[in-house]
Design a protein around this ligand. Structure first.
Ligand code: AMP
Length: 199
């Protein structure tokens, strides 16, 4: 096993693009951005202007933090890009976007979101199972939003679609203020993950 994370400088956040979500979710995203900024951590996300990406950016920038957005050209053409980010990386494809978002980050965090967020979260979980990713994955279960997904994960393990120990690939926290402590305390992922990837 590897050791706890000491240097946390850059964190990737997957979250909703929807602008219609309840304030409980946008407040959590804003809190998370502020907390990262106060701790000198750069936030990386999908560069969307609205939804939880927008709230995260607002919290971060208003506390003097840095936000890096990664977005494909077609979304820029659709005018979905947040114009005030600290840095914008424009890519060609959605696949390149995911790769760039996660690259050189010290952890990934999933806030509530739709299929885009789920897809991003599940890809990084899949990479971890296959020994292609070793950093902490934190699921922020605001308002019990991820309860059904977590139940599905348990059901997968019960049905031998993955091992019980795969359920340790992520940590679940209830609120934004628990994200950084969870990342710092994370005990790491087994470097020999491929030896037990297959059930
Ligand atoms: P979702 O969780 O389905 O709202 O999707 C969030 C993810 O979908 C983002 O990280 C982006 O990959 C993409 N996405 C969908 N709509 C937008 C948008 N309006 N602006 C930026 N990214 C978006």
């Amino acid at each position: 096993m590897s050791t706890p994370q000491k240097n946390v400088r850059r964190i990737c956040v997957f979250c909703a693009s929807s602008t219609k979500v309840d304030g409980i979710y946008s407040s959590a995203a804003e809190d998370l951005g502020r907390i990262f900024a106060e701790n000198g951590i750069t936030t990386v996300h999908g560069a969307g202007a609205g939804g939880l990406m927008g709230s995260l950016t607002k919290g971060c920038l208003s506390a003097g933090g840095k936000v890096v957005g990664v977005i494909p050209q077609f979304m820029v053409d659709l005018e979905w890009l947040h114009s005030g980010l600290s840095e914008t990386i424009i890519v060609d494809t959605m696949h390149q976007r995911k790769e760039q978002m996660v690259k050189n980050t010290d952890a990934v965090v999933a806030l509530p979101g739709g299929t885009g967020t789920l897809e991003e979260l599940l890809e990084v979980i899949t990479m971890k199972r296959l020994g292609l990713y070793f950093k902490p994955i934190i699921i922020v279960n605001i308002n019990g939003f991820f309860n059904h997904l977590l139940a599905q994960f348990d059901f997968m393990a019960e049905n031998k679609m993955m091992k019980e120990k795969h359920l340790a690939m992520w940590q679940v926290v209830p609120t934004a203020d628990r994200v950084l402590p969870a990342i710092i305390d994370d005990t790491g992922w087994d470097r020999n993950a491929r030896e037990f990837a297959v059930v």
